[in-house]
Design a protein around this ligand. Structure first.
Ligand code: NMX
Ligand code: MLT
Length: 435
């Protein structure tokens, strides 16, 4: 018996009915207008899809099923002796729409342990790539290789009824989430530790075991992983990794293909790769300035040079947020608690003071405040995970929780193939000027 799956099944019917009611009452109501600037401007602010798991407020940041990050930190179950939320809990919350009990979280943990064996051919695919291959490329290739295990692909070939699509999708999502830490740790150990791999410890939780397989067994690092995996898990539906997963999934591509698409999007420097770029930028700045603690004036000059060179300051700005990202704040609080004297943390804090007015002064940056990626790297550096090219893989492991939950919901509610319209500039001009 799979209690979580049964519980989920029991909420599908009411959710579908709820959508039907809304559509029958308001199907022709207008929820927004589309400006030409939005059509050219990356569809910014266009309300165009449903995402049940989380919602981003421009000022307050992300809420998971209505709960802010501080609320998650307070209300979600913790590892015994720990103080950070378990990501198993945020997964349950996103899937079920309600806070989990300690038992619910333990059951999710157990499910993922039970499903965590990675078939050997996936490791062979990773090993076939040159060792210098970027970790995100290895990650994406491994996820695609794991597709051999897709229950949805098999069920579809066997002629499954569309009402049942969600069932093998649930199985694929749970199996994939369970296996990602092992795959990610394998890539890390292969790339940076001479292939000296570490066997999983099934007594640990999902994040604790991930930390262990990476080679970091300290309690503080495990707590960091629990926080990290919780706060990176979802950011409503329109961000590149979530949207790419949803888009590809809408063609009934299985969870493996869809998630690999999302990860290929996360690997872009304006999205998840920004976490490695931040550390690269900080270290380059420190080394160009001769090492040690830079002054605010030196940081300001370096930022202006970055902008003058036609580059972005990584870790700052956001397509939706207009205030400091609460994920940044949660990580800052972790640093204040565990590593207040750390030099890189102090540099990050100074950068936080210096950058916003400089970006504001450009007159074009809509959000001068730091995002999640501005802080994550320095925490990892402190515990010895210094190979920053790997950081986006950590983001990806966490992001699986949100985007795959959404894929389950997409299948459960019969979400259609996504197919927005497009137009050429010539035709748009004719449409606008000949009206
Ligand atoms: N440094 C320099 N210029 C910036 C920055 C920044 N941090 N943020 C925005 N701008 C520029 C942007 O490039 C654009 O310039 P142009 O008109 O010459 O093309 C202008 O300001 C207006 O951009 P916005 O409307 O403010 O931002 P947009 O919604 O287009 O992009 C980001 C959002 C996040 C892509 C952008 O702020 C950025 O490139 N930030 C740095 C990279 C980063 O930290 N990405 C991580 C985002 C979070 N995540 O994990 O995904
Ligand atoms: C994310 O977590 O996906 C990023 O903050 C980007 C976004 O929301 O657009």
């Amino acid at each position: 018996m799979n209690r979580l799956k049964d519980q989920f099944e029991s909420i599908i019917g009411p959710a579908i009915q709820d959508r039907r009611d809304l559509l029958s009452k308001h199907g022709d109501d207008v929820v927004g207008e589309i400006k030409v600037s939005q059509v050219y401007g990356g569809m910014r602010g266009m309300l165009s899809m449903i995402c049940e798991t989380s919602k981003l407020d421009v000022n307050e940041g992300i809420r998971f099923r209505g709960y802010s990050i501080p609320e998650l930190q307070e209300k979600l179950p913790k590892y015994p002796g720990g103080s950070e939320p378990l990501p198993e809990g945020v997964f349950y919350l996103m899937l079920m729409g309600e806070l989990p009990t300690e038992d619910d979280v333990r059951r999710v943990s157990n499910q993922w342990i039970r499903r965590s064996t990675v078939p050997p051919h996936v490791f062979k695919v990773i090993d076939a790539l040159p060792e210098h291959t970027h970790p995100m490329t290895q990650f994406s290739a491994a996820i695609t290789a794991l597709r051999t295990e897709s229950e949805f692909a098999k069920a579809y070939r066997d002629g499954i009824n569309k009402k049942k699509y969600w069932e093998p999708t649930y199985e694929d999502a749970m199996n994939l989430i369970a296996r990602l830490p092992r795959i990610a740790a394998y890539i890390y150990r292969r790339t940076y530790h001479n292939g000296d791999h570490i066997e999983p410890d099934p007594k640990l939780d999902w994040s604790g075991n991930f930390a262990h397989m990476l080679g970091f067994d300290g309690d503080e690092f495990k707590e960091l992983m629990r926080l990290y995996m919780t706060i990176h898990s979802d950011h409503e539906g329109g961000n590149v990794s979530a949207h790419a997963t949803h888009l590809v999934g809408s063609a009934l591509s299985d969870a493996y293909l869809s998630f690999a698409a999302g990860m290929n999007g996360l690997a872009g420097p304006l999205h998840g790769l920004a976490n490695q770029e931040v550390v690269r930028w900080l270290l380059e700045m420190r080394s160009e300035l001769g090492g040690g603690m830079p002054t605010k004036e030196q940081i300001a000059a370096y930022c202006k040079k970055t902008l003058a060179d036609g580059k972005v300051i990584p870790g700052f700005g956001h397509a939706v947020l207009r205030k400091t990202d609460p994920r940044y704040t949660a990580q800052r609080e972790f640093a204040q608690k565990h590593m207040p004297d750390n030099e890189l943390f102090q540099i990050v804090s100074k950068v936080y003071e210096v950058v916003p007015p400089i970006l504001e002064a450009t007159g074009k940056v809509k959000n001068p405040w730091p995002n999640v990626d501005a802080h994550s790297g320095v925490l990892l550096m402190k515990y010895g995970l210094v190979e920053y090219d790997f950081y986006t893989v950590l983001f990806g492991v966490s992001r699986s929780l949100g985007v795959l939950t959404n894929l389950i919901w997409d299948r459960a509610t019969g979400s259609p193939i996504e197919r927005p319209g497009s137009i050429s500039t010539k035709l748009l001009r004719e449409k606008l000027e000949n009206k």
